[in-house]
Design a protein around this ligand. Structure first.
Ligand SMILES: Cc1cc2nc3c(=O)[nH]c(=O)nc-3n(C[C@H](O)[C@H](O)[C@H](O)COP(=O)(O)O)c2cc1C
Length: 96
């Protein structure tokens, strides 16, 4: 009898905000590294993905630039971060 065990692939979502392209390049390097480790990677600009999609992944990464004088997040990255944090805490409260 042959038994086949299919290993479930680890899934990662890499989200970035990039103004001049540096952060996008770093996110692409990270995605390529994860793929070399057999991780299934989805890479998206932060306005092109629903924050709740974080919940469907085993690994979630957010990379962003800052152009403030005080290291403040750009608006689009802050929106994504706040909404995804809310989605995650709602999901956790449903699990309890
Ligand atoms: C005008 C200006 C302000 C910046 N302010 C900050 C800052 O407050 N803190 C910081 O860590 N980096 C700051 N940076 C650096 C950028 O965040 C950094 O170069 C980043 O890699 C740019 O990413 P991007 O090419 O993806 O837009 C600033 C850069 C510029 C040009």
């Amino acid at each position: 009898m042959n038994v086949y065990i299919q290993k479930k692939m680890i899934k990662a979502l890499v989200v970035y905000a990039s103004f001049t392209g540096t952060t996008k390049g770093i996110a692409e390097i990270l995605a390529a590294d994860l793929r070399e480790h057999q991780v299934e990677v989805l890479i998206r600009e932060c306005t092109e993905v629903y924050p709740a999609e974080y919940l469907e992944n085993d690994i979630c990464v957010m990379a962003t630039y800052t152009y403030g004088s005080d290291g403040a997040l750009p608006e689009e990255a802050e929106d994504f971060f706040m909404i995804s944090r809310r989605s995650i805490s709602q999901e956790r409260s449903l699990e309890c």
